[in-house]
Ligand binder design. Structure first.
Ligand SMILES: Nc1ncnc2c1ncn2[C@@H]1O[C@H](COP(=O)(O)OP(=O)(O)O)[C@@H](O)[C@H]1O
Ligand SMILES: [Mg+2]
Length: 210
């Protein structure tokens, strides 16, 4: 048994929800499963996460973002993922390298090949055995956000419009990566019911448990 599973998808797509459902099932079994997340998963990584999420850092450049996520990932792979895989554990991470390619690459327009090289550098080539991508149209993601933020003010402003273009590019990037590696990616409709999504995830993870 063992391997690396990454959950990907926009904020609000249901990653945390699915990790929670998965955890309920897997914790009942005698399995070595490591639950982790990016950015973070290590003491240094969590410090980097704070810098990345600080709303005061609105001047942060996409390249700075890419390098900080990558720096956190280097720690994550070295301290958590690689040792766990070496002893045969199943590692399940909330986001991984595909997020950097999707957001800083396809979203912000940084060179994808350069980001892939940085990714190889920081991961030492550790790639997920399975990436589960919770796919949500950009409009739906923003809808969920708007509903959360302002109790249903449906009007688009310039920032929302920019965000929509950005999130469309991110989604297109995820789908392109998934189509390029269909055997390593599972694309699921994030608008499906939580239980239906959970069943499909279980069906793909089960072979990694034996
Ligand atoms: N399949 C689903 N259908 C409808 N709502 C969902 C579904 N999965 C999750 N949600 C809801 O969407 C919100 C964001 O889910 P969450 O798991 O936190 O997403 P993420 O971790 O990807 O940001 C939560 O309120 C959650 O209850
Ligand atoms: Mg989450």
């Amino acid at each position: 048994m063992g391997g690396l599973v990454a959950l990907e998808g926009p904020d609000g797509s249901g990653k945390s929800t699915q990790l929670c459902l998965l955890r309920e099932v897997l914790e009942g079994r005698q399995l070595d499963v490591v639950w982790t997340r990016e950015p973070g998963g290590t003491v240094i990584g969590e410090q980097i996460r704070t810098v990345l999420h600080d709303l005061a850092n609105d001047a942060m450049l996409p390249i700075t973002e890419a390098l900080l996520y990558s720096a956190a990932r280097a720690q994550h792979v070295a301290e958590v993922i690689r040792p766990a895989l070496a002893r045969g554990a199943l590692v399940i991470t909330d986001r991984y390298a595909a997020s950097t390619l999707a957001y800083q690459g396809y979203g912000h327009g940084l060179d994808i090949d350069m980001l892939r090289q940085i990714t190889v550098l920081v991961t030492g080539g550790v790639i997920p055995d399975l990436t589960i991508y919770l796919d949500l149209p950009a409009e739906r993601g923003l809808e969920r956000k708007l509903v959360d933020r302002s109790a249903g003010q449906g009007e688009w402003n310039r920032m929302d419009q920019q965000a929509l273009v950005f999130h469309r590019a991110v989604r297109a990037g995820y789908l392109e990566m998934a189509q390029a590696e269909t055997e390593r990616w599972l694309v699921l409709d994030a608008d499906d019911t939580m239980q239906a999504i959970h069943q499909q995830i279980m069906a793909r993870i089960e072979p990694l448990l034996t």
